[in-house]
Design a binder for this molecule. Structure first.
Ligand SMILES: [Cu+2]
Length: 174
């Protein structure tokens, strides 16, 4: 039988090795808890948490207006858009594509608005260590300053259905 009232005085303070390991685990918990706020300010790859409510239709309209204003070309039928430095940039996630392809300048800042047209997606930029949730109904603003030239692939890191693995996009920096 496992249901017994424990004897009186059953609880003993940990000693020796047990005490050491509990202490180490506790110290590690404290370090990791402090690392979260520390890295938010120190690591330069964090969202400031700026987001707004938006409907899919309203966001799609902004994306279309943005593409019409700054389109410079096309790649496999996807618009390539080069917005002026410092401007608001729109990136639309939907099953299963990122739209449009963005062309940015190194060392310039942009406000990238990301939102989803259908369900939850994940914005992950390779080969950078970046990961953000993309939710329908929210316009999430990421202030981005590219620090190196090249071609960066956007992948979806939130499983979003049968075409999830093919959901890639692109950011070109020159
Ligand atoms: Cu997705």
């Amino acid at each position: 039988m496992s249901i017994h009232v424990p004897e009186k005085g059953w609880l003993r303070a940990p000693t020796g090795g047990e005490r050491l390991w509990i202490g180490l685990a506790l110290a590690w918990c404290v370090i990791l808890s402090l690392a979260m706020p520390y890295w938010h300010f120190k690591g330069k790859q964090n969202s400031t948490g700026e987001s707004y409510r938006v409907t899919a239709t309203a966001f799609m309209e902004r994306v279309n207006r943005f593409v019409a204003a700054y389109k410079v070309g096309e790649e496999k039928g996807v618009a390539v858009v080069e917005p002026p430095p410092g401007s608001d940039v729109y990136l639309q996630a939907s099953m299963w594509r990122w739209y449009p392809i963005l062309k940015l300048k190194e060392g310039q800042s942009y406000r990238i608005h990301v939102s989803s047209m259908d369900l939850q997606h994940g914005f992950s930029l390779l080969p950078m260590n970046m990961n953000f949730q993309v939710l329908p109904g929210y316009d999430h603003v990421l202030t981005v300053t590219p620090t190196s030239k090249g071609e960066f692939t956007i992948v979806c890191n939130e499983f979003c259905g049968i075409g999830h693995h093919a959901m890639t996009g692109k950011i070109l920096v020159d």
